[in-house]
Design a protein around this ligand. Structure first.
Ligand code: ADP
Ligand code: MG
Length: 391
């Protein structure tokens, strides 16, 4: 379960593989992390608040410019070892399929901003589990974005870079995600959770000292792959926008707990639970930040479990595997647990006291075996650094 991931070692391997694949040396190697969200789920596209932290797992990317306008993409985990070759000037939404639409989308989005970007050779690899709700897509986008920023001297600030990456995922890859994942990958710092206001992109680094408090944060990957592009996410998003319109607010973020009874009374039954989740979830983020600021990270536990219940019962984005992982973890003594990420599968986080970690992991594995689910994989989250150049 010890999850010390060696990004520097990975950078060496990625540099060597770049040289083998592209037959030249890269100009640099960059890394961008995946994330877990502690609390604040499905709030970002409602202009709300969330509290993610970066994982020690990263997408590592080597790149070098080309002056012929070609973008030549290679990934250890995509495209069966082939290079995808694209012409930067001809990139257009819908024109690229498969994994390459994420990196190509970033280059397209930079061009859409009128920035002077050209071709590149790229090779990448990732220690972020793919499709596990840990944001391998944002890690990939942000790694491309920071590499291009430096190679082409763009000087975008971190929130702007996150917006470019989100625009790539929305408009080019066709996934209507909010901005949390990209902001987490760009703006998180070691030792801290990131308190994000999705409306203004204001961020605050909130110290989250797990080891100092004898705590560990386990990530239980259920192995159930979600597909955010499959319409359910878009439908939820549209439901929230419709509810905001009916309630006369710009976004659900503009409602507080005190507004809730009146708001719920006036909404059609299919929209009321969505609004209840978003409003209570934004409040849980505020409470979580207060508890961390008070030096009581163990008190996050109850908020995590309450957040999961809200996602399960009101927002209805959990599934049998995530519900079972949460129940088994809490039953085995976790301080709290919840699904993290968009839902419909993916991963669960469990906040545990150090001496309970092994028991909680075993209990979840045992519950999965009894239910006939395939074994979950377990990794450990420590608040890690955001996107950066590594070599
Ligand atoms: P998540 O972000 O939760 O991991 P997504 O469905 O949003 O899940 O993104 C996963 C997709 O991102 C993959 O299907 C693939 O297209 C792309 N991807 C992520 N990491 C890599 C990688 N290292 N190599 C190739 N493609 C990747
Ligand atoms: Mg993603």
């Amino acid at each position: 379960m010890n999850d010390l991931v060696d990004t520097e070692g990975a950078a060496d391997a990625v540099r060597r593989e770049f040289e083998r694949v592209h037959g030249r040396a890269p100009e640099g190697v960059w890394a961008a992390p995946g994330r877990v969200n502690l609390i604040g789920e499905h709030t970002d596209y409602n202009d709300g608040f969330c509290l993610p932290m970066a994982l020690p797992r990263t997408t590592v990317l080597a790149a070098g410019r080309r002056d012929d306008g070609l973008l030549r993409l290679h990934s250890t985990r995509g495209g069966e070892g082939r290079i995808t070759e694209l012409r930067v000037a001809e990139l257009a939404p819908g024109g690229v399929t498969g994994w390459a639409r994420y990196p190509a989308g970033v280059v397209w989005a930079l061009r859409e901003r009128g920035l002077p970007v050209g071709g590149a050779d790229v090779h990448l690899d990732s220690t972020v589990p793919v499709g596990a709700g840990l944001s391998s897509s944002a890690a990939l986008e942000c790694a491309v974005a920071v590499a291009y920023d430096e190679l082409y001297g763009l000087r975008l600030d971190r929130p702007e870079t996150a917006r470019v990456a989100q625009y790539a995922e929305n408009a080019f890859a066709g996934v209507p995600c909010g901005v949390m994942d990209q902001m987490a990958s760009m703006c998180c710092t070691e030792g801290n959770a990131l308190h994000l206001d999705s409306r203004t992109l204001e961020v605050r680094q909130v110290p989250f000292d797990l080891t100092g408090h004898g705590l560990r944060l386990l990530v239980l990957d259920t192995g159930v792959s979600h597909d955010l592009a499959d319409g359910a996410y878009a439908a939820l998003r549209a439901g929230c926008e419709r509810a905001a319109g009916l309630l006369g607010v710009a976004a659900l973020r503009d409602l507080g707990g005190a507004d809730l009874p009146a708001a719920l009374a006036g909404l059609p039954p299919e929209l009321a639970p969505l609004v209840r989740h978003v409003v209570t979830e934004n409040e849980r983020v505020g409470q979580a930040v207060d508890r961390l600021a008070a030096g009581a990270p163990e008190a996050l536990g109850a908020l995590l479990t309450a957040g999961h219940a809200s996602l399960r019962d009101d927002y209805r984005v959990s599934c049998a595997e995530t519900d079972l992982a949460v129940a088994a973890a809490v039953g085995a003594g976790a301080l709290g647990a919840r699904m993290t990420g968009g839902g419909f599968g993916g991963s669960v986080i469990a906040l545990v006291r150090e001496d309970a970690a092994e028991g909680v992991a075993r209990a979840v594995a045992g519950a999965f075996a009894s239910a006939g689910f395939k074994p979950p994989s377990v990794l450990e989250a420590v608040p890690s650094a955001g996107a950066r150049r590594t070599a």
